[in-house]
Design a protein around this ligand. Sequence first.
Ligand SMILES: O=C(O)CCC(=O)C(=O)O
Length: 284
Amino acid sequence: MQSVTPEAFTPEIAVEALLRGPGAIRIRGLFSPEQVAEARRIVMAHSEDRAQTVTHFQGEAAQDQRLHLQRRVWNLLAKGEVFAQMAEQPAIVAAMQRFLGEDFIMGSIAANRILPDGPGQEPHIDYPYWDFHAPDTFPLGINSSFPLNAQVTIPLDPFTPQTGATAFIPHTQHELRYPAEADRFYERCERMEADPGDAILFFGATWHCAMPNHSAQDRSAVLIQYLPKFVKPMEDLRAMVGEAFVRKASPTMRQLLGLNFPYPQNLDAIAQATNAEGRKGAMR
Ligand SMILES: O=C(O)CCC(=O)C(=O)O
């Protein structure tokens, strides 16, 4: 996987890698050791139980007795300021503006913690393509010439083949289909090896999955999903963060929460309210 420093990274490099290149790129050392430590502390604290966390793409592992060794922590924005700093990181925002359009939004921000012996996932593609095993539920002629998703993975622990670094097959984003048994994913895949505080940007149409953790240490990461403004977000982040968070939100965070594109709306009610306002104004 191509790897660049924050100084060398540009939105154009990201677009080239995600859309026309292998589908993924790593920015080294984008977040400070303090940010990583704070994020990791919160993720660990919220996943100490055998959490009944909803998790996806388990395939055969859904029957696996080790499933509790794979834990999600949802609603990170409400759990620590550091996660807003990650979501709003300027180099990531600039790249997403180019890739997904200036009004892009965030569809999810969660942590994936894989404990030692955690089983990993089945190969897949990400929301909104995640049910592409039923291609007829998508518009006729859909393809990946333009993106409906971008993922950012921020490792909080070393991402190595041993710990379960995400596996992916470069250039598969061009196929826009679900990986099949015959694709021999595990034989052909590469790994997204990275250090804590790096950011891995990838187009979620690229075949990928979390891999088993064969090490004696945790493998946790923050996973952020970004979407074009018109794709219905996967999580209702606006409702999850609550009023106080929204009142304090920066302009970038408001955009990420979808507040700049507030549809669907009851346009009939809005028209009636506007007319009533207008009548009041005329009588004054
Ligand atoms: O945590 C990982 O390595 C990848 C997670 C992933 O692909 C997902 O949950 O969709």
